[in-house]
Design a protein around this ligand. Structure first.
Ligand code: FAD
Length: 454
């Protein structure tokens, strides 16, 4: 009899697991209360990147005089942007759910919860559906964290879920939080011509990133006129009579703008999942601990995506989903590669774009580890000059004794695409010579990777 695999939550983790397990021969049921594709498609990755793409196009076109064009001016059509986001989401949702259905996956529209170690119930508009499972995946994701001093109203005080896009184009957006999500918003709204203030709790935007990378982004923000409140923590938001918002900081400073946006992290969707009825342990922060196969403390219950408390990235959730499907189907042989979170590439879709993978310079320094660091600016790249995007650099970290590539960071146009070459090298244990000896296209931005490896 086929393995009965029940999945709660149809985001990237649940979707990938469902699709892969169905291909491997499992009898798969997935329960989703919103859309297949999850928060990633509805509120997070897709709408944010669609807005960012429009902002970049706007900037690029308005700089086109530098490319020998005249009288080319673009203006933002906010209603058109909304339609574009909707149409991208519709297409992705339709292809994601069509794919699952074509693979024989049973898709239940409803809210799922555990009612026993092998039992799941889906509450649907047509009533409760009871399911028996041999393996269960919990992939219910996360939602924006709302501090007790803020009351989002979906109008002027926003979470990331209200902001893609907001009802009106903000005249002055105050972004609270300078992690990945916060800086993406800053970049996007400043591209649209909005005034932007960023509340930065530390002395550096992107506090977890390489200082050189963060400095490149700060320079761009300052050049665009973004106001940075460094070393300030927001501790209150007041609405004013004219509709404006005032953000109060703990150091006495305050900022007044048309909108405030909270970008201060997320919390996992683990309440109401019935974990106690299945014996699944939820940790103090609401995440579900799991091992390198994403198995929880209950051997046939898996967790993927943001709920797993690992890297909160869609790409990671997808890979977890695939690995879980293989494990549930008994395919975790000795050759099976474990998921190595340290080798996950990530990107920040700001202007300039930022991407990194593997070991960071500051981390190597803190560990007292000997590394070779090589860096090449895009201003030396023919293709970057042709593209009118000479800002940024490629940095590659390798082992000085063996030449094995340990990590890298890229700042500049198409960084999120280019990092794949370094990610492949890090995952496959390739050496800098392997990159140098690869015959890349000329002229291409990738040539900078070969030069930085030399
Ligand atoms: C603004 C923003 C931008 C981002 N951009 C990127 C990016 O560019 N690249 C990237 O890799 N990552 C990005 N992320 C992170 C990424 O969105 C998440 O890591 C990813 O969505 C997590 O996937 P998941 O599988 O946990 O499911 P989610 O996408 O969180 O979806 C979970 C699904 O479970 C459903 N659900 C919840 N509870 C139940 C229940 N009880 N029953 C049935 N269904 C339920 C929900 O409706 C939802 O559809 C971004 C995040 C944010 C906030």
């Amino acid at each position: 009899m086929a393995l009965r695999f029940v999945i709660i939550g149809g985001g990237p983790g649940g979707h990938a697991a469902a699709s892969h397990a169905a291909k491997l021969g499992a009898e798969v049921t997935i329960i989703e209360r919103d859309i297949i594709g999850g928060a990633a498609h509805l509120w997070d990755c897709i709408p944010s990147k669609a807005m960012i793409a429009t902002g970049s196009a706007l900037n690029f076109i308005n700089r086109s005089e530098q490319m020998g064009l005249t009288d080319v001016k673009a203006q933002l059509d906010f209603a058109g942007l909304r339609d574009r986001i909707q149409s991208i989401e519709d297409r992705l949702e339709s292809s994601a759910s069509t794919l699952l259905r074509s693979q024989g996956v049973r898709v239940i529209e409803g809210t799922g919860r555990l009612v026993g170690p092998h039992q799941v119930v889906a509450e649907t508009t047509g009533g409760a559906v009871e399911l028996e499972a041999d393996a269960i995946l919990l992939s219910t994701g996360s939602r924006p964290r709302i501090p007790d001093w803020a009351e989002p109203d979906g109008d002027r005080v926003l979470t990331t879920r209200d902001a893609y896009p907001p009802k009106d184009l903000p005249s002055h957006m105050i972004v609270i939080g300078s992690g990945v999500t916060g800086v993406e918003f800053v970049s996007m709204f400043s591209s649209f011509g909005c005034d932007v203030t960023l509340i930065v709790s530390r002395q550096q935007v992107l506090p977890a990133k390489d200082p050189e990378v963060a400095a490149a982004l700060e320079d761009e923000f300052l050049a665009r006129g973004v106001r940075l409140f460094k070393g300030a923590r927001a501790q209150g938001i007041e609405r004013q009579d004219d509709g404006a918002v005032k953000v109060l900081c703990d150091d006495g400073r305050s900022a007044v703008g048309s909108h405030a946006l909270l970008a201060i992290g997320s919390i996992p969707n683990s309440e109401d999942l019935g974990c106690d009825l299945a014996g699944v342990e939820v940790n103090t922060w609401g995440y579900i601990d799991n091992n390198h196969h994403c198995v929880t403390n209950v051997p046939h219950v898996y967790v993927a995506g943001d709920l797993s408390g690992k890297l909160p990235l869609s790409s990671v959730a997808t890979m977890q989903g695939r690995k879980i499907a293989e494990h549930a189907m008994g395919m975790h042989t000795r050759d099976h590669r474990h998921l190595d979170y340290d080798k996950a590439a990530s990107a920040i879709f700001t202007e300039p774009e930022i991407a990194d993978v593997g070991l960071a310079e500051a981390e190597a320094f803190a560990e007292g580890r000997k590394i070779r660091v090589t860096k090449v600016p895009f201003s030396a790249s023919a293709k970057a000059l042709i593209n009118n995007s000479p800002r940024g650099f490629v940095k590659i970290l390798s082992d000085p004794a063996t030449g094995v590539v340990l990590g890298g960071s890229i700042v500049g146009r198409h960084a999120a695409e280019l990092i794949s070459v370094i990610a492949l090298a890090v995952t496959a244990g390739l050496k800098v010579e392997d990159i140098v000896d690869s015959l890349f296209v000329h002229p291409a931005l990738a040539e900078a990777l070969a030069e930085a490896s030399d």
